[in-house]
Design a protein around this ligand. Structure first.
Ligand code: GAP
Length: 465
């Protein structure tokens, strides 16, 4: 069973060093979160496996890492300056601000809310008697367009700098480099460019832990194809992404595909599907796949004056703007989903309950833990020698834990999802000669709780596989 409530997970994340509230010692900054020592290992592993799957193991893919700050013209060309808006409503009673479409979505469903025009939002909120989530009164202002981009200034003299934006999506960094990549990497269609990086949106109603924040990380691909072939590539990407999530242990019954209605589409898209996950508060977008056509390349061609066309390497007379299929992953939402799915509470045969994070082994922050049975000096020295041998001879990430009783340490390793715990005891030291256990250790499996005694040689062979 995954976590039944978000509170269970938030508490474990703080208690065990996965995710802390941002700026904690100053009372926090609303809806900001910091990845702690285990959270960053988990997140880095998600990014690594994503990059391996979609970039390194595909001959049709390359990667890049563009700057967050871009020429402001990029956002005029991309349509974000005029179109990247949410409908903002104010509660006249308590002055709190909300996203009108989200309030309606909860009552009417996403499809019904998405088709409403800006001037229909307030009348519909009033007709449906939807109260302010804060003060419970129904007293809404007409909805206003609220642009989600964060604006800042570039330049050292206050007031004299030029306005620039923090990027609201990583995608545009790829479109502006399209020519550079085609020219330097000799790409042939279809090909894709991948990027992982931060994006910023001044969300009106962030919340649900790391699900909706103002600063978040995306893992995006822009896949360039010959016009007319986007439908087949769209299906291929949908299947590849679905399989990627299943491959890392997400239960398929908690995933679904949702097609966007025509009126719901972003300004750049002519078809979008979301892969949604059943979060503790209901279905929510985990991933989006869009057919962006040639919207972005043609806009950048227009605004920059540069030729963005692709020349067929076999026929130089064939020049055209490729179309784009865009698989866009939320990195933080993927991490949140893996955390929720991993969370399990189990009753042990002795009646005790344990919390265990059953991460896919490839994602767990630590691959294994070395636990000396007690704090006796020579036992710790033996365990340290084994620890050093493992980290020097393998690529495994290894924890070394001497604090507390062995039972408590097992509980901790379960709660942080370490797949294997290795105990070094007096048998390992040869102080239990009659059992012939010198230079053997026990290895405990996180999920089955089975313990196996094996020689250090056999252990090393197992770990090297
Ligand atoms: N380039 C296309 C694009 O940005 P999007 O659906 O707006 O599309 C893609 O965002 C993904 O980024 C989403 O599926 C979601 O996982 C993640 N995402 C978007 N806004 C977010 C936010 N405020 N906080 C955390 N993740 C977010």
């Amino acid at each position: 069973m995954p976590a039944a409530s978000l509170d269970q997970l938030v508490s474990l994340c703080k208690r065990r060093g996965f995710i802390f509230p941002g700026s904690d010692i100053y009372g926090g900054l609303a809806n900001t979160w910091d990845y702690g020592p285990l959270g960053v290992e988990l997140k880095n592993r998600v990014k690594k496996h994503w990059w391996d799957t979609f970039v390194r193991k595909r001959p049709d893919m390359v990667g890049q890492d563009a700057a967050i700050l871009m020429n402001p013209k990029v956002w005029e060309a991309s349509g974000h300056v005029s179109n990247f808006n949410d409908p903002l409503v104010d509660c006249k009673n308590c002055k709190q601000r909300f996203r009108g479409d989200k309030l309606l979505e909860e009552k009417l469903g996403v499809e019904a809310a998405a088709v409403l025009k800006l001037d229909q939002v307030e009348p519909m909120l009033t007709a449906e008697k939807i109260p302010c989530p804060s003060c419970k009164k129904v007293a809404w202002t007409p909805a206003k367009k609220f642009n989600l981009m964060f604006k800042t200034q570039q330049g050292v003299i206050e007031g004299e700098g030029s306005d620039i934006y923090l990027r609201p999506e990583t995608a545009q960094g790829i479109f502006v480099n399209f020519r550079n990549i085609v020219d330097t990497m000799r790409m042939r269609l279809p090909f894709g460019v991948a990027q992982i990086g931060k994006a910023f949106r001044n969300e009106i109603t962030p919340g649900n832990f790391t699900f909706r924040t103002r600063e978040f990380e995306q893992m995006e691909i822009e896949y360039f194809v010959e016009p007319g072939t986007e439908a087949e590539h769209f299906e291929q990407w949908k299947d590849a992404v679905w399989q990627w999530f299943l491959g890392f242990g997400i239960d398929k019954d908690r995933l679904r595909v949702r097609e966007h209605g025509k009126d719901e589409l972003s300004h750049y898209s002519n078809r979008t599907i979301d892969i949604e996950y059943l979060f503790p508060w209901g279905w929510g977008e985990l991933f989006g796949l869009a057919n962006r056509g040639d919207f972005d390349l043609s806009q950048h061609e227009k605004f920059s004056g540069q030729d963005m066309k692709f020349t067929d390497p076999d026929d130089a007379t064939k020049k055209f703007l490729p179309h784009v299929v865009e698989p866009s992953f939320g990195c933080d939402r993927s991490v949140l989903t893996f955390l929720l799915e991993a969370y399990n509470e189990e009753t042990l045969p002795n009646g005790e309950t344990r919390v265990v994070m059953k991460f896919d082994h490839r994602l767990a922050p630590y691959d294994l833990a070395i636990l000396p049975l007690s704090k006796k000096e020579h036992l710790i020295a033996k365990a340290e020698t084994l620890y050093k041998k493992i980290i020097q001879e393998t690529d495994l990430v290894c924890d070394f834990d001497v604090t507390g009783s062995i039972g408590k340490r097992y509980r901790r390793q379960d709660e942080i999802g370490t797949p294997r715990a290795i105990t070094v005891d007096f048998g390992t030291l040869g102080e239990d000669e009659k059992q012939g256990e010198k230079d053997t250790v026990t290895i405990r499996d996180r999920d089955t709780l089975k313990q196996e005694r094996l020689s250090i040689g056999a252990l090393m062979e197992k770990l090297r596989k």
